[in-house]
Structures are given as C-alpha cells and as structure tokens.
Design a protein around this ligand. Structure first.
Ligand code: ZN
Length: 159
C-alpha cells in the first residue's frame, strides 16, 4: 500500500485543469491504486488525481458500495436538486452547504479503458459532481452557501 500526500487548499495544483488519459500505463495503474489507498486511509468518499498533485482526469469514489474508478469522466445528464453538507479531503476539518443535482449520469472509461456509464443518486451524485469539478480546477468551497464551518469527529473509543 502506498499513500500519496493530499494537497490542501492554497496549493495551485488544485486550481488547474487536468489532462485526459489516452492510454492506461503501469504508472497510471499505480496512481489509481495509490489514490484508492489514500482515500480509504483518509476515510474520504472520493479523491481526484489533482488532489495528489497529478493533473490527469482520474477519479476514485467509494460511498460504501465498493470502489469506482473513473477515467476522463463527464456528466452527461443531471436532474433534480439536493442541498446538503459537503466536505473535501483538501479542506480538512471543514464542511459547508452545497446544492447539487439529485441524480447524475456519468460517462467515463474504466481501468481497462472501456466505456462505462454510472448513474448516481444522493451522496453518489454529489461525489461524482464534486470529484469531476476537481478535474477542472474547481473546489466545492466556490459553491458553498453561507460559511464553511468546522467539523469535529468523535474519536473512536476502544474499550
Ligand atoms: Zn474534494
């Protein structure tokens, strides 16, 4: 398992546009594996390649139903609206209210560079939108209604 350093807000890599992937390589496969490890270690539900300093259009997501890897993802349809709390591994300890579509359909490639279509509702739709925004250099903080606030995590008590 290899963890990468998650870049935090203020790092200019997070404001840049990522380049599409045209073919899978061992190096990119290693990046994807490391992104999954890094996301799980940080207990996030999604991570985009620019968040680990790599400007390529790659996203990993797991909202609790298993890992999803998206290469060159695009939102091809969206519907409805949801307003709720959102956070980002690049803005640690903070959250804010963001309105997103309730449903999105995403077209992407998988790790074998085969076309895949995903449909997401609720949290998954939110994760698709949030992570794909990172590939264009956008952060959820641009969309927050009102102020960001601190989130406190309860420590696990092992006894
Ligand atoms: Zn994020």
């Amino acid at each position: 398992m290899a963890l990468r350093t998650i870049r935090v807000e203020g790092d200019s890599v997070l404001t840049k546009k990522s380049r599409p992937v045209d073919k899978m390589t061992p190096r990119l496969q290693e990046l994807i594996d490391d992104m999954l490890d890094t996301m799980y270690e940080a207990m996030g539900v999604g991570l985009a390649a620019p968040q680990v300093g790599i400007l390529r259009r790659i996203v990993v997501i797991d909202v609790g139903d298993g890992p999803i890897v998206l290469i060159n993802p695009e939102i091809i349809e969206s519907a409805g609206e949801q307003t709720g709390e959102e956070g980002c591994l690049s803005v640690p300890g903070m959250a804010g209210t963001v309105t997103r579509p309730e449903f999105v359909r995403v077209k992407a490639m998988d790790e074998n560079m085969e076309e895949v279509i995903y449909e997401g509702e609720g949290l998954l739709a939110r994760a698709f939108c949030h992570e794909i925004d990172h590939l264009d250099g956008h952060m959820y903080t641009e969309l927050v209604e009102g102020d960001l606030h601190k989130v406190t995590y309860e420590e696990d008590e092992e006894n």
